[in-house]
Design a protein around this ligand. Structure first.
Ligand code: GLP
Length: 248
């Protein structure tokens, strides 16, 4: 199902309530979590829910979806640093895993990460953002739907977009949880906010299921929630008669 919220803050709150329900039902849930600008309001809402003792995260097991290769954990551009900043430093100690950032053998680390996910029985819940090119995690256009955790070569459009934040030395390789691993999650929530994502939202969920638009595979998932804000929903609501919207 797709839920249109007023703004990005409400999308974050809505995602946090889904996490809260999952943790209340199963405190030791295995949850995959994303990075980027989109999920920041979700992390803010989770921190509040923890502070107010509405949810308890000590038993939860969080796995990040991806990480750049070649950065240290202390590098402010690493996703390890992002997680510390937005969540881990603000709540009680939690079980958290993320691919190693400064590994000399990224392929081996990718295989090990997949094994660590398998060992805990896969994801109960997987939270996702989406790239403007349709990537989920760092599964860029063309990634086979059968992929498990692997070393990904970033798409030129992603590198170009990242260069605004990184400056000259933009990483071009990352370790990402694969599409098959994501699709095995018991439930999936994708968040998309802002006008910048309105076209890809339409392509991904009302277009053909194709590796050219990695997020389109999610149309085949039996338990998918798409959370968008009004700005992002403009393309789908303006052509609502042409689409089966609210009925993915
Ligand atoms: C990066 C991350 C993705 C994320 C995407 C969108 O590429 N690897 O997991 O979904 O960015 O980021 P933003 O929310 O900043 O648009």
């Amino acid at each position: 199902m797709i839920k249109i919220e007023k703004n990005s803050k409400m999308v974050g709150f809505s995602a946090a309530t889904i996490i809260a329900r999952q943790l209340i039902k199963k405190p030791n849930s295995v949850i995959a979590i994303p990075t980027g600008t989109t999920p920041i309001p979700m992390y803010e809402a989770i921190v509040k829910l923890v502070e107010h003792r509405i949810i308890f995260t000590q038993k939860a097991r969080f796995f990040n979806l991806d990480e750049y290769v070649g950065l240290t954990r202390e590098n402010p551009m690493s996703y390890a640093y992002y997680m510390k900043k937005h969540l881990l430093s603000k709540i009680e100690k939690v079980q958290h895993d993320i691919p190693s950032t400064d590994t000399r053998n990224p392929e081996e680390e990718a295989n090990n990460y997949e094994k660590r996910i398998e060992k805990v029985g896969g994801f109960d819940l997987c939270l996702l953002g989406i790239g403007v090119d349709g990537h989920i995690g760092f599964n860029e256009p063309g990634t086979p739907f059968s992929s498990i955790t692997h070393v990904a070569h970033l798409h030129p459009s992603t590198i170009k977009r990242n260069s605004k934040e990184f400056g000259k030395t933009v990483p071009d390789i990352a370790i990402t949880v694969g599409i098959k691993t994501i699709m095995k999650s018991r439930s999936i929530v994708l968040m998309a906010t802002g006008t910048e994502k309105s076209k890809i939202l339409k392509d991904a969920f009302w277009g053909e299921v194709t590796p050219d638009v990695p997020a389109s595979v999610l149309q085949l998932h039996p338990n998918l929630t798409v959370l968008v804000d009004e700005k992002c929903a403009t393309e789908i609501t303006s052509s609502a008669n042409d689409f089966h919207w609210m009925n993915l």
